[in-house]
Design a protein around this ligand. Structure first.
Ligand SMILES: [Zn+2]
Length: 66
């Protein structure tokens, strides 16, 4: 039997959830000025500067609800 250690996700090691726009380099926290759209249960963040879709997340992160 082996003990399970809680694996550290490198996505969790960041102090703040910040999204970057790959198109224009716009930078803002998840709760920033992104245009948030919900589509079929998925949340899409759209850049307010160039209208590019940023951060295509496939699963919701309940940790954000802390
Ligand atoms: Zn942009």
């Amino acid at each position: 039997m082996s003990t399970h250690h809680p694996s550290t996700d490198d996505t969790n090691s960041r102090p703040k959830a910040v999204l970057f726009c790959p198109e224009c380099g716009h930078e803002s926290p998840l709760t920033g000025d992104w245009i948030v759209r919900e589509n079929a249960g998925r949340t899409t963040h759209t850049c307010p500067a160039c209208d590019a879709t940023v951060g295509d997340r496939r699963r919701p992160e309940p940790a954000l609800a802390y």
